[in-house]
Design a protein around this ligand. Structure first.
Ligand SMILES: Cc1cc2nc3c(=O)[nH]c(=O)nc-3n(C[C@H](O)[C@H](O)[C@H](O)COP(=O)(O)OP(=O)(O)OC[C@H]3O[C@@H](n4cnc5c(N)ncnc54)[C@H](O)[C@@H]3O)c2cc1C
Length: 463
């Protein structure tokens, strides 16, 4: 039987070469392999299609040409960023075009307005450096700096420093987007306020490459705080550690980050990096980052946080104040996933109201003991967002679905969501109805059809 999707793709590949030049249209499957997967744990990672064409446009105009051709021939297009996603969002699961914006990576910092204009293919690393170079600060820090601006916005990424200033959505002030039909939309701008009409820009943030291709963004930056201190606070039980979090949030200390880690995994990450984790006692630990313009203000906040944690049973409070050491602590924290990845079956990304963190922990402990498995947890406790890890071990893939389902049900019962930051991608679609109503999903499908009438952009089951 003839495969029409492959035939159409072959025709489209020739048209793309004419539009972009041979050099930027790759058809050799071996050269595409590195673009065909992301950081999703291997046992549950969706399989990429065999027949793929990789394109690397250099401008918004070229992205538009790619989409017009694809739309005319009804060929799927899969936008990829840094491929650091954890839910298979960018994996090209059907014969189609893999669209990488890596050549579009310029960043201009506008100090007057405290904003950066970044092309979608620039990396988080590039943005952090550009902001620092201008004496400014881009607070959010999802763990992998290879993520690209387009991917960060398309997933509405969060990360370690979201407690005080919020997730990606809170930073994006303007967007340039190419629709699946090839038209270009420019939304928002260098504006802090904008109430003109429905906010379509917000719709694209977190749309995971299903509504349009993000080509450029205006991103808000902040003045750099003069003083920053990191506290590492070990506890003997995870419930105690997590029950301290809402109290810290209520105290008015306003940390930049409140992370929860477990000694075993954070030590493994340190070893993986050839480093040593500074606190060897207490299986459950909080990492709290405080910042401010005046030293007394930061020290006062440290005292307040230490007092709360000690009242909750903290073993001690380690103060890390040198910028180099603080950077080392953050890097070790950011590498936990990479260090334990090969022993993982799945990483869940649940979020509950912060005051329910202790209850979430009890529920996870209960599931773990019922299935006789270890479910290590770490994550962004200050946002109520924790990553529950289902590890390889005595139990295989057959229990993953059951454990995941049980954890999700407990989370929803606590008023939480099945994904706080990683998104739906191609892995979580089947669980969406646990959290979203039928009506909500129906409206999402209709919105998808308005932007993408032929369903070519990153086609996923639930839309
Ligand atoms: C070690 C590690 C730590 C991590 N820590 C965090 C964390 O703390 N917080 C967090 O939120 N995430 C975290 N992640 C997940 C991941 O880094 C984020 O989801 C990130 O935003 C993905 O960006 P990316 O450029 O790699 O996108 P990709 O993985 O390439 O793609 C992700 C999605 O975005 C779409 N997309 C990409 N570019 C575009 C574009 N230009 N236009 C439209 N759609 C596009 C893709 O189609 C896909 O659906 C972590 C991942 C790793 C490996």
């Amino acid at each position: 039987m003839r495969d029409h999707s492959v035939e159409a793709l072959n025709i489209v590949a020739e048209l793309l070469k004419r539009a972009l030049g041979d050099e930027w249209v790759v058809t050799d499957r071996d050269l595409i392999e590195g673009y065909a997967y992301d950081e999703t744990p291997e046992p549950i990672r969706p399989k990429a299609a065999e027949h793929l064409v990789l394109v690397k446009p250099a401008s918004t105009e070229e992205v538009s040409r790619v989409l017009k051709i694809a739309n005319e021939y009804r060929v799927p297009v899969f936008p990829v960023g840094g491929r650091t996603g954890l839910v298979g969002g960018c994996i090209p699961t059907k014969p189609g075009i893999v669209l990488s914006l890596e050549r579009m990576n310029k960043i201009e910092v506008d100090r007057e307005n405290l904003m950066a204009v970044a092309e979608a293919g620039a990396t988080l690393r590039d943005l952090v450096k550009a902001a620092e170079g201008a004496g400014l600060f881009f607070p959010p820090h999802p763990g992998d700096e290879g993520a690209q601006i387009g991917g960060l916005i398309a997933t509405n990424a969060g990360g370690v420093r979201a407690v005080k200033y919020g997730v990606m959505r809170n930073y994006v002030r303007g967007l340039e987007v190419v629709l699946p039909t090839g038209e270009v939309l420019r939304l928002g701008g260098k504006l802090l306020k904008n109430n003109a009409g429905y906010d379509l820009m917000q719709l694209f943030i977190g749309s995971e490459g299903t509504l349009g291709v993000i080509t450029k963004a205006v991103i808000r930056l902040f003045p750099r705080s003069r003083y920053m201190v990191t506290l590492i606070v070990p506890f003997s039980s995870r419930a105690d550690a997590l029950r301290a979090v809402p109290e810290v949030l209520r105290s008015g200390a306003m940390p930049l980050a409140i992370e929860y880690v477990q000694l075993e995994e954070v030590k493994r990450a340190a070893e993986y990096m050839g480093e040593k984790w500074p606190v060897e006692e207490g299986p459950a630990q909080l990492i709290i980052i405080l910042d401010g313009m005046r030293l007394e203000e930061v020290l006062h906040a440290c005292d307040e946080v230490a007092r709360i944690c000690e009242a909750r049973g903290a073993i001690k409070v380690l103060v890390v104040d040198s910028p180099r050491e603080q950077d080392r602590v953050l890097r070790i924290r950011g590498n936990i996933y990479t260090a334990i990845k090969r022993d993982l079956l799945d990483i869940l990304d649940v979020a509950v109201p912060p005051a329910k963190l202790g209850d979430l922990m009890d529920a996870v402990d209960e599931v773990a003991s019922r299935y006789g498995v270890d479910l290590p947890i770490y994550g962004h406790a200050g946002d109520g967002n924790l990553h529950v890890h289902i590890m390889k071990g005595a139990r295989g893939l057959e229990v993953v679905d059951m454990i995941r389902q049980e954890v999700y049900k407990a989370v929803v019962r606590l008023g939480g969501t099945i994904t706080g930051e990683h998104g739906v991608g191609k892995l979580r679609a089947k669980s969406l109805d646990l959290f979203l109503s039928e009506k909500h999903i129906e409206i999402m499908r209709k919105i998808k059809r308005i932007f993408d009438p032929n369903g070519i952009l990153n086609p996923v089951e639930h839309l």
